[in-house]
Design a protein around this ligand. Sequence first.
Ligand code: E4P
Length: 220
Amino acid sequence: MKFFLDTANLQQIKEAQELGVLDGVTTNPSLMAKEGVKGEDEIRNHYKQICEIVDGDVSAEVLSMTYDEMVKEGEELAALHPQITVKLPCTKDGIRAVKYFADKGVKTNCTLVFSVGQALLAAKAGAKYVSPFVGRLDDICSDGVALIEQIVNVYNYYGFETQVLAASIRHTQHIIQCMEAGADVSTCPLNAILGLLKHPLTDQGLEAFMKDAEKMKSEK
Ligand code: E4P
């Protein structure tokens, strides 16, 4: 399973890249605004900086709602860097734009997906990634991980190549659950990835080994 970082924070992207397990980055307008990125030039420059830090795909979301505007904006975003993946909402115009870009060989990520029917349309239109929002479904007392499993099963059954990108991951256990459900990618906050490292037996074992290591050094 690939790990994407779900942030526009350059420091966190550098930290995850240094860890050596980062496969890509996803952003959205809220994450970009959180970093104080404003105006066309700053937005473009920020995406380019992200692409220079990470090796894999970087999702850049369109800010428009209509097909014509999405196509224009998506073409400009895709031209910024070969790693850019145009992120489009799962609406009627968004699906049309996914199909337009798929026909041109431009990578897309179909976002704001909350049902298996939406995921089916994204795959049929030729999206490289589909982003079901796990956390936001859990927030309304629905089952986000169950949707991941359902989409994975349908895609496998029909042989769709669209990758299931589990989004809106809120914590470490979500990563494990999405991995078990067969997601191709999880896009996560850095803390959720670092949480995978945590185990008290690792801490206890290391403490004991370091104590014995000190003995070995002093007994030389
Ligand atoms: C990423 O592609 C999504 O935009 C993001 O994971 C949404 O996460 P949130 O529900 O925590 O805002």
